[in-house]
Design a protein around this ligand. Structure first.
Ligand code: CO
Length: 433
């Protein structure tokens, strides 16, 4: 039976996290409530070390850790890696376009968006806004309109009789969300609308808006689906499901070994950024933590080579309408437990030793476990796993729960899998071998 409380909390976390910046903010609040110290990269960290702490970079990436009772050189660090971003439509710097008397958001795609499902949704806008306060100092704040304020209407089938025959969508010309019917001589000023919205929420930190990162999202809240509620439907299951479960596992972990989660932004656009998995965030945090314990030049590599990372990102469940899209022997099922992703060409990180270790961990915790390997004639996706392994030299294994409709505006996963995943990751942190 699904863990009802965990599912409620997970769905609530996803609902309150329409953007990577909101997800990190919500995670930070949970960590702070649990007594984790907020460390800043610009500060000197306490020389005596820190039992449990967290660090953010550029508001969209987060690292949180428990130092553990054992020295880092005695057993290394157990790491779980996830990503906070999801494919979506983002608002461009010049945010509006006008057509036929309608004001529309001027958007571009972020990541590998499945475009069709964005039509006919009640869309809202959320993100991060940076502006100047009354003294001219720069400040950033989060904003979420919550209400449906935009919509991308379908074209009626009467105006496109070929619509059901594989019509392509041009993301430049055919995806602009409608948000306003303009009156005669009326114009739309997003900066003023943002300011009004921020002020209406009781936040008067910004006097003038200068720039923003804003995206559109579906206002339909996450839900349980299925005759026996065996599924969960929501936006951003890839990868906020893994993010929330990894966070909960860290909060529940004991203090014997060092455990850590790294939640990276920009995975969906290739991870090449200061806060992405190919950037320096994880390396510099690890270097600082290891140097606090041991300043020898070899301490970093000695610690890393004893460590292990689970790269947790959702996997493709075999779709009952399209079973031929999977290799016949690698067909993960929803509610079938975590999936070990294998790719001989290292598009997924892992080896027989790390996979064996994970399978034995699953057996010990009574959690079922499945395999995924791509069809040889389809291009394989990737994750932060291989990038982090290459960047640090840390052994990494790619795993994740099965889902349908990856990168759709509404995805479907199993309601038992989050509990299975939580059991595994908690065991990984507490008792790896
Ligand atoms: Co993903």
């Amino acid at each position: 039976m699904p863990n009802a409380v965990l599912i409620d909390d997970l769905l609530d976390f996803i609902r309150r996290s329409p953007t990577p910046w909101h997800a990190v903010d919500n995670a930070c609040n949970l960590l702070a409530e649990a007594g984790f110290a907020h460390l800043r990269e610009t500060d000197r960290w306490p020389a005596e070390g820190c039992k449990a702490g967290f660090v953010t970079r550029d508001d969209g990436s987060l690292i949180a850790f428990r130092a553990g009772r054992r020295a880092l050189l005695d057993g290394g660090i157990r790491l779980a890696g996830v990503h906070t971003d999801s494919p979506c439509l983002r608002i461009r710097p010049r945010p509006t376009r006008h057509s036929q008397g309608y004001a529309q958001f001027n958007v571009e795609t972020y990541g590998g968006v499945l475009l069709h499902p964005w039509y006919d949704r009640d869309l809202s806008v959320a993100g991060r806004v940076t502006g100047a306060d009354s003294d001219g100092q720069l400040v950033s704040t989060l904003v979420d309109f919550r209400d449906p304020i935009a919509f991308i209407p379908s074209l009626a089938i009467h105006l496109d009789r070929e619509a059901n025959k594989g019509r392509n969508i041009n993301p430049q010309t055919e995806l602009s969300p409608v948000m306003l019917r303009l009156g005669e001589g009326e114009s739309f000023d997003l900066e003023q609308v943002l300011l009004d919205r921020i002020n209406a929420g009781g936040d008067d930190s910004i006097a003038r808006v200068l720039s923003w990162d804003l995206l559109l999202y579906d206002t339909q809240p996450p839900a349980r689906v299925g005759l026996r509620s065996e599924f969960i439907a929501s936006a951003r299951l890839d990868n906020l499901l893994s993010t929330y479960v990894a966070l909960r596992a860290l909060l529940a972990a004991d203090d014997e070994h060092a455990s850590m989660i790294v939640c990276n932004d920009h995975e969906e656009v290739g991870s090449v950024s200061a806060s992405g998995a190919q950037g320096t965030f994880l390396r510099t945090v690890l270097e600082r933590l290891i140097a606090q314990e041991d300043t020898h030049a070899d301490a970093f590599s000695r610690t890393i080579r004893q460590s292990l990372m689970l790269s947790i990102d959702n996997a493709h469940g075999v779709h009952p309408n399209f079973p031929g899209k999977h290799d016949g022997e690698h067909r993960p099922l929803l509610n079938g437990g975590p999936v070990v992703k294998s790719n001989a060409n290292q598009r997924y990180a892992g080896s027989s030793t790390s996979a064996a270790l994970f399978r034995s961990l699953c057996e010990r915790t009574g959690v079922p476990c499945q395999w995924f390997a791509n069809r040889a004639d389809l291009a394989c996706g990737s994750t932060i796993g291989p990038l982090t392994a290459a960047e640090l030299g840390i052994p990494v294994l790619d795993i994740g729960v099965a889902q349908f409709g990856m990168h759709s505006i509404r995805e479907l996963a199993g309601s038992e899998d989050p509990d299975y995943l939580l059991a595994c990751v908690t065991e990984f942190f507490n008792r790896l071998v």
